[in-house]
Every structure is written in C-alpha cells, then in structure tokens.
Design a protein around this ligand. Sequence first.
Ligand code: GLN
Length: 188
Amino acid sequence: MKIGVLSLQGGVIEHINHITKLGHECIEIKKLEDVNGLQGIILPGGESTTIGKLLRETKMLIPLRDKILSGLPVWGTCAGMILLAKYIEGSDQEHLKVMDIKVKRNAYGSQINSFKKDVVISEISNQTLPLVFIRGPLITEVFGDAKIICRVDDNIVAAKQNNMFVTSFHPELTDNLEVHRYFLNMCK
Ligand code: GLN
C-alpha cells in the first residue's frame, strides 16, 4: 500500500519510518496532488494551530476534508486528532471538523511532564502497548458514529469513526508497530 503523512509541520519522519518498517511505501504530503493514489493518510503530532493555518494557505483544507468525508482512511495523532475533531473546546482555530468528537487541547500532561503508560487496547492488539503523551488533547465528548477505543484513568485517549481514527498519544515515538499495523488494516 501507499500511505502519506501530512508534512506541513510536526513529527513526520517517525510515522514514515514505522510504515516503512511494516513493508509499505510512505510519502510526505506537502500539496493536494500528493494525496492522489494513497490508501490512507496520517496527520501527525505538532502544533494544530500552525498545521490548520498551513492547510488553509496551501488550499488543502477543504479538498482534504472532502476526501476524508468520502472515505479516505485517516489517522490523527495528537495535533492530528485536534484537526479532525468537529469541536475544539474554547477555540475557533482552523481545522478539518470531520469527526464526531469534542477535544480539549493541552489537557493531558504538560510539555515537560510528558509521560508513558503501558496499556492493553483490545481493539488494536493483545500486546501491552507503550502510550506516550506529550501535551496531548483529551476527547471530552464522543457522539454520533464515533466510538471510544481507549481510556486511560477514565480519560478518553483514542476513538474511531468508520474511516477515521484518532489517538492523543504518539505510537510513532515508540518501537512498537502495533498501532500502525492497526491503521494499515483500516486502509486495506
Ligand atoms: N498541544 C498541541 C496542539 O494543540 C498538540 C501536541 C502534540 O501534537 N504533541 O496542537
């Protein structure tokens, strides 16, 4: 398969390395044409306000939104999750607004207090997965067709809605490939 990682800002190369290790091609998406022929796209962690602005400036915001709404598999990690959420608490920043979740930015751990937690997410794998949180968003509401995939200490940190998948943690920053494998299965 051929997967793309939105490469306007944020942690791109780690996702590319993980997808490549799983034996699939992975490219950087810098403009709309790069999305042609992809089986799935990843919106990386970074700064969601910056990525949202750059999506608008590169004229990708609306076309990418349309592609996701027509079924293109997408996985948003951290800032990527914020971009996909229909609602962001207390913010009117530009974003894709496609998934039936409400998120709260910077709600889970501060930059200096990044933390790791070992969790089994039965939907994804029977292995224990190391979840890394870096100033991550929390999902404060799940409605419509969205479903909760993982909670940590009562906080919702992963959700799925048809072709859309979001995690407030960063599997690309660990050696474990299970979450990437799970997303590739969504792209088949
Ligand atoms: N706090 C960032 C934002 O709101 C997300 C942090 C991350 O992606 N690691 O965009």
